[in-house]
Ligand binder design. Sequence first.
Ligand code: SAM
Length: 346
Amino acid sequence: PGATPAVAYPRKILEYMEGFLISKVVFSSCELGVFDLLLGAERPLSAEEISQAVGTSVDGTERLLAACAGLQLLNIHQDGGRLLYSNTESGQTFTMTRSSPLSLSLTVPEPSTLCWHYLTDAVREGRNQYEKAFGVDAKDLFQALYRSDEEMVKFMQLMNSIWNICGKEVVTAFDLSPFKTICDLGGSCSGALAKQCTSAYPECTVTIFDLPKVVRTSRENFFSEANRRIGFYEVGDFFKDPLPGADLYILARILHDWTDQRCIELLQRVHQACRPGGSVLLVEALLYEDGSGPLTAQLYSLNMLVQTEGRERSAAQYAALLTAAGFTSIQHRFTGKIYDAVLARK
Ligand code: SAM
């Protein structure tokens, strides 16, 4: 009598609650260039050395580095009474340093974080929070992302980086070798998937279609003369302008930005432009039909709620959109990574 009943320790819930602190540690360390500095230094550095090089307070830097070590993003070395820090191998290779070809350049673009600030409102209202976050008309989805050249290049880098890690699985989920002319609609935000196509299928050529200013920026920042099998179509708006003829249209992370009605409209335009016997490949994070996951797709669907008109969908939901636009023989494949593939024929 009188003893307090034993309460299970809610480890998972506590971890979830501090999740945003972890994200901020990662973003701030990237933003300050901590991992790049350690890569360039080629020896472990102390908090004093790091704070001096990146222009931060010693106390704040010590705490940030400690948190990075706790997250296993940095190694700690004992040097007499001092602590020294170096990059971990996986952090260096995959995520943290901007110079790595596999970099995820984890600085999430500002538009995303600003919109996530209003998640509760987005859930209440069932619509994106562009107006609140930026004071721009929510109808012009890409206006905030593309409001400055710097913001645009950042968004492109983020879009780009994921295909260095998941792109090969996406373009090889189906045998695309029968398709010689490929059009990557809305593909300019990096062109990285087009590069994956030309390396997986040596006989194909890829035309990238995107908004003119995106194409221009993409050309200037991400392409060299070496990409001869990749061309650009600078005319512009896939809802209004004529689409180039092709055997295969790729729509990677496009439909998730739009309502069902807009998706069908766009797919009908693709169907019209597509050569008979041609196909469309959708690349999206597919939800399971029973709603049980994957967690990444569930989170991405909220990301679409806070900043677009769209949502993540299941394979059956994409099949319904494709069927409404006239496509047949619809198949899907989970890749086991973030993005999956749906193929349909005209
Ligand atoms: N497909 C790329 C990828 O997966 O990395 C980019 C996906 S990004 C989420 C959406 C792309 O659609 C952007 O490149 C954007 O500029 C483009 N876009 C948006 N509205 C468009 C329109 N009306 N016409 C052509 N492209 C458009």
